[in-house]
Design a protein around this ligand. Structure first.
Ligand code: SF4
Length: 453
């Protein structure tokens, strides 16, 4: 695919130059191989590239690939890529250079989204250089990214209209305008990132109400259905969407008064038990997905939801987070200090949630409004992961190192490399429960509440 004729957007405020650390690009659930990568691997003496402990254990070329020869294997001991050597580096890269590596590894940490308003090269925050904001500004890497886009195997194309809600389509230009406003909100000076996410939720609630009122009588009072969202009325075309998006952005960002969003967000009540139970459910069901859980029947899923709900609500049960070796009790977290106003922690959180907008994470959900609700859940998960990481290290404060590990784990298990949609597809009852919780006015305030509450 060629980017000619399509504008390549470049992310701001984000640097990346590979540190050759091997920390973030060997940990994924799978390494799918395209035909060309398989052919390149077949030409290499892969036995010689395997670390000695694997060679001694009898690994050989057939064992490097899964039976269908489409996915690179991970080793049993630490679930890392079989080619990672003792220095945490890729032995194919070391011996044969970057071009010899499988396509999926050359692409990392980039993934491209092609839309009617341009191409978005998103980066994974599982990568150390991205997390640390190390290296050259991505905004200055147009040529490199254009070349990578031409050969990348990680390109997704989206041409269908954006769904603001299940019932309302939105034009891409109106969506671009809305993304710009959401980015301004996440970058509001002197505001904690959680507060900014709650303010974004208020913004999208107001925008949703405005769009719904503009289409109130079309095609019939009450609007459309999930399968047939309300399109643009003939006399109220896409132009109206853009006017509505521009009016919202003017009112609350730019020259408008963003503080009103924060005031409205600050008035909502938080429900600690809702945060505990939702996080416990997501962690528990995500761990089940990793363990190859079969799709349970409705009765089994509901009884599992109720059991987890009870043990998390009462703080009696342990919390087991995918990627954290030991489970721990809710009360163990109470001794860990979490300071999201620390400048380094604030920086990585702000870059992360700003970049999530850039790479269009909100469109990974079935509609953008729900996608923003996911962001709030990611934020809650990151803080619990950071506290758990500090606990594992025997520290009493969640440092920026713990926050980076937390974002890496959330990226790996819940976002860029394993989104919620997969989880909800496997466990529909969990998805329905999340939808019900996310629709509550208390949800945004609840998700930004201190996870030790
Ligand atoms: S994790 Fe990122 S910085 Fe480290 S080797 Fe992989 S791509 Fe490079």
């Amino acid at each position: 695919m060629s980017p000619e004729g399509t504008s390549l957007h470049l992310p701001s405020h984000q640097r990346y130059t590979c540190k050759r650390c091997g920390d973030g690009c060997h940990i994924f659930n799978e390494y799918p191989l395209d035909a060309e990568s398989r052919r390149r691997l077949a030409d290499l003496a892969v036995e010689d590239l395997l670390p000695s402990e694997l060679r001694d254990a009898g690994y050989s070329e057939p064992a490097v690939l899964d039976p269908a020869k489409t996915v690179l294997k991970r080793r049993k001991s630490d679930r890392a890529c079989v080619f990672r050597d003792e220095d945490m580096l890729c032995s194919i890269h070391r011996e044969h250079g970057l071009e010899a590596k499988p396509r999926v590894c050359q692409d990392f940490p980039f993934r491209f989204l092609t839309t009617p308003i341009g191409v978005y090269p998103g980066v994974s925050f599982a990568c150390t250089a991205v997390l640390e904001n190390h290296g050259d500004e991505l905004a200055g890497q147009r040529d490199t990214l254009t070349d990578l886009y031409k050969v990348s195997g990680a390109v997704t194309v989206r041409t269908d209209p954006v769904l603001l809600t299940d019932l309302h389509q939105l034009s891409w230009p109106a969506w671009e305008r809305t993304l710009g406003a959401l980015d301004t909100i996440i970058r509001t000076p002197n505001r904690e990132v959680g507060e900014c996410l709650a303010a974004q939720a208020v913004y999208l609630d107001l925008f949703r109400n405005l769009v719904a009122s503009l289409r109130h009588d079309y095609p019939a009072p009450g609007g459309g259905t999930k399968d047939r969202p309300v399109p643009w009325p003939p006399d109220c075309g896409q132009q109206k969407d853009e006017e509505a998006a521009a009016a919202m952005a003017r009112q609350f960002t730019g020259d408008g008064d963003v503080s009103r969003l924060f005031d409205l967000a600050g008035r909502a009540r938080a429900v600690p038990v809702m945060q505990r139970t939702l996080l416990g459910l997501m962690a528990s069901f995500r761990a089940g997905l990793d363990a190859g859980d079969k799709r349970p029947g409705r009765f089994t899923a509901i009884s599992r939801i109720l059991t987890t709900w009870f043990f998390q609500a009462t703080r009696l049960g342990p919390l087991r987070l995918p990627g954290i070796p030991d489970s721990f009790g809710r009360r163990d977290l109470e001794g860990i200090a979490i300071n999201t106003n620390d400048p380094e922690i604030h920086d990585v959180l702000q870059r992360y949630f700003s970049h999530a907008l850039f790479r269009q994470d909100l469109l990974m959900a079935r509609n953008a409004w729900i996608g923003q609700r996911w962001q709030l859940l990611h934020y809650a998960l990151i803080r619990v992961y950071a506290a758990a990481d500090a606990l594992q290290r025997g520290e009493n404060t969640a440092s920026v190192v713990s926050f980076r590990m937390a974002i890496r784990n959330v990226e790996k298990y819940f976002v860029f490399h394993g989104g919620f949609q997969r989880l909800f597809d496997q466990y529909p009852a969990l998805g329905q429960l999340f939808d019900a919780a996310a629709a509550k006015p208390t949800y945004p305030a609840t998700m930004i509440l201190d996870p030790r509450s």
